[in-house]
Unconditional design. Sequence first.
Length: 172
Amino acid sequence: MSSDLVGRLTKWFIDEGFEVKKLSGPPQLKVVWGLDTYTPPPLKVNIKVFQPTHGGDKVVFLLGVSVAPEHRSALGKLEVNEKIRFSSKLLRTITCVCNDCATALQPNPVDLQAITVAKPLYISEIEDKGKPIVMGTIARLINSFLAIISTFNEEFPEAFRKGRGGTATTHI
């Protein structure tokens, strides 16, 4: 069943213009299989899709976002309470976009370097609902990415102007 599912997911992504590669993640990411996908232009967002070794009845869709150096610098100038307020606003915004996603601020809300947003789907859901549930999940993660960018740029417009016109890059 796994290779059939991987084949179908790969086909769906390619049909939608995604770039798809085999996931070669860090060793601590224990997976049965994984895909490294990039959405088609103009917004090229990297989303990892994998079946974890534990919880093998699920497929996880994972967005990882690194905070741009310009925004890290701006965050570094804030007082601790202001950093906590910003991190809380960011989490609230992401939760409004994807209320059933698991979101983490890494390494912590005061020293924000990266944001991960994960949405697991049960394999049975994918089997039952097919391509629409997969693409809907991808859309929610892309919207989460846009919400992250917007929150940073709203809070730190001067860093946006100094930087490369963005706030973050996808990672992991």
